[in-house]
Ligand binder design. Structure first.
Ligand SMILES: [Zn+2]
Length: 325
């Protein structure tokens, strides 16, 4: 076979055709570089997972990708911390929740007045609960059945399973949010397509996810905490995320960058553990050295916060003209 450019028709179509993570889910490209073969650093579930980067759009993804059913073994079965938080929601004051979640709500309401909101992968449910108590008509969908049960008991419309299983009607929502969720789904393209269907014109889509353009990603490789294989099946940068959203009819209007200090602490913990062979819990029982390093890292965090080099980003994207309602 002669060299040169590959004809476009030999390139893959991603998961839309039932792929298993061999082709890029954003652009369909098949040319990619192996970053490293990683393992579960957080829970220590056995297995090795190759992480690759698409040569066309830079999407980082686990390839081959474990199926939805296989993924369930990589999540802790009983997360009591999560359950306790959800069960205690009614006892928390709106002021307290507002301190944590007010900025998110404020940004959303810059683009949309309170209406119908869907939170995909609602975690401890605090965002759903807070939005409901402050005038929004909320719905949640989550794979954790126990959490769905707890939210239902709290009077919230919550559905179990993947987004595609919920069967929401066309144009059912004005705002859809995914806080740390898009990196976990089987096919972000399929998720965004479905969000495109269930949102009306001028709706708002909000996505919080890690930013693979952060310098730590390249510097630390397998020790970058939020590569988080195998649970994070994808790591985006702003460019490929914009491209994915555009395919679903959404245009990014605002990006908020931040570097959570917790990420910096965990980066140091992973680096120390693998490169220096010195395990230790930096977050809960920090040594003198840990405290010194984390002090330095918090300075770094302040330096990059708000910059496109931050390790996490929240994108606000509008559909159609995005005129305020
Ligand atoms: Zn790609």
């Amino acid at each position: 076979m002669s060299g040169g450019r590959a004809p476009r028709e030999v390139r893959g179509q991603g998961d839309a055709t039932g792929g298993d993570g061999i082709f890029c889910d954003v652009c369909g490209g098949g040319y990619r570089d192996l970053l490293f073969i990683g393992r579960d650093r957080l829970y220590g579930v056995p297995g090795w997972f190759p992480l690759v980067r698409c040569q066309d759009c830079g999407l980082v993804y686990v390839s081959p990708r474990p199926s939805f059913d296989e993924m369930s073994r990589y999540y802790p079965q009983e997360d009591y911390d999560l359950y306790n938080k959800a069960a205690g929601l009614k006892d928390r004051s709106l002021e307290e929740l507002g301190r944590l979640l007010g900025p998110r709500k404020g940004l959303i309401e810059r683009y949309r007045r309170p209406g119908r909101l869907l939170d995909i992968g609602f975690g401890d449910g605090s965002f759903l609960y807070f939005m409901k108590e402050t005038g929004w008509d909320v719905t949640g969908v989550d794979a954790n059945e126990k959490m769905v049960e707890l939210m239902t008991q709290a009077g919230i419309d919550a559905r179990a399973g993947q987004l595609e299983d919920a069967g929401f009607g066309d144009g059912a929502f004005d705002v859809v949010t995914l806080w740390g969720v898009l990196e976990h789904v089987q096919s972000p393209r399929r998720t965004i397509d479905e969000i495109g269907r269930i949102t009306g014109e001028d709706s708002l889509l909000v996505i919080y996810t890690q930013n693979a353009a952060a310098p730590e990603a390249g510097l630390l490789g397998p020790d970058w905490f939020i590569y988080e294989v195998p649970r994070h099946l994808y790591s985006f940068n702003l460019g490929n995320l914009e491209r994915l959203l555009a395919a679903g009819g959404f245009r990014v209007v605002e990006t908020v960058y931040e570097t959570p200090l917790y990420y910096c602490q965990m980066n140091w913990q992973y680096f120390k553990e693998r490169r220096l062979r010195r395990p230790g819990d930096v977050v809960h029982t920090p040594s003198f050295l840990d405290r010194l390093v984390v002090k330095g890292l918090s300075k770094y965090k302040k330096l990059v916060d708000g910059h496109r080099w931050s390790s996490a980003m929240t994108v606000y994207a509008v559909k159609g003209q995005g005129v305020r309602s």
